[in-house]
Design a protein around this ligand. Structure first.
Ligand SMILES: CC(C)(COP(=O)(O)OP(=O)(O)OC[C@H]1O[C@@H](n2cnc3c(N)ncnc32)[C@H](O)[C@@H]1OP(=O)(O)O)[C@@H](O)C(=O)NCCC(=O)NCCS
Length: 217
């Protein structure tokens, strides 16, 4: 595994770390554990066809609730995972770290991922939130490598990966093993970032145009 077990943080450590981190972003964006109140806005996001365009299909309320139970279980067990992202007190989406449930040439590994309600797109919010999760992965968990992947046509997500300093190479392209052979979203691209490249160009954990985000709300 890429996670050094001596460095497994206490659940509160992750939250405290991210809260401290977000204070640096003037309390606008908060990565936090989930609450029951998140279930409805989470389900609304997962039912949005545009948000889910690059996934198999939008989720029903039941599927969304089940997904949230899985996220919260993992979060409770390891103290970190996929965080709820709050912007100005409202549920905006999720970002954080997860381990893929399938086997591929790059597993086992830790993946960084994101999903945001449409009204939060195009404002640098996903970047700010994912930067915090990335900082946590390299500085707190000391992961040797983080990966992220998406269907090849997901240009918004790919731009975010590149802005976060991830790079891709054609030999890492793969067909997602959990998708049907004829699925148009099956061809996936894999992006990687090593702790060495993190140290070479550490992100402040927030967006370079932080002030723009504050003003954009
Ligand atoms: C993928 C996703 C998170 C990207 O969100 P996003 O808002 O485009 O990402 P960012 O936070 O990096 O924002 C970048 C955009 O904000 C703009 N922006 C505005 N103010 C900004 C600021 N202060 N700082 C940075 N960017 C800013 C950028 O110019 C850029 O706009 P552009 O896309 O028109 O070029 C979002 O599209 C999403 O949730 N998609 C659905 C779920 C999904 O596909 N998840 C990934 C599966 S792998």
């Amino acid at each position: 595994m890429l996670i050094n077990s001596d460095r497994r943080p206490h659940p509160l450590t992750a939250v405290t770390y991210l809260r401290k981190h977000i204070v640096a972003l003037k309390n606008l964006i908060l990565l936090r554990p989930w609450t029951d109140d998140d279930r409805d806005p989470f389900a609304a996001m997962n039912a949005d066809t545009e948000v889910m365009r690059c996934f198999q299909k939008p989720l029903t309320k039941t599927e969304s609730d089940q997904f949230l139970v899985r996220i919260r279980t993992i979060f409770d067990e390891q103290g970190w995972g996929l965080w709820a992202v709050e912007v100005d007190g409202a549920f905006a989406g999720l970002t954080g770290l997860a381990s893929p449930s399938f086997s591929a040439h790059f597993t086992p590994c830790v993946e960084i991922g994101w999903r945001f309600r449409r009204e939060y797109w195009g404002r640098g919010i996903a970047y700010a939130a994912a930067s915090a999760a990335q900082t946590f992965a390299f500085e707190q968990l000391k992961l040797r490598e983080l990966i992220t992947f998406t269907t090849a046509a997901n240009t918004r997500s790919r731009r975010l990966m590149e802005r976060l300093g991830f790079s891709t190479s054609p030999e890492d392209d793969f067909l997602h093993p959990l998708l049907a052979p004829d699925s148009p979203i099956r061809p996936h691209v894999l992006y990687r970032k090593s702790i060495a490249s993190w140290h070479a160009a550490p992100s402040p954990g927030g967006p370079p145009r932080e002030a723009g985000i504050i003003q954009a709300t």
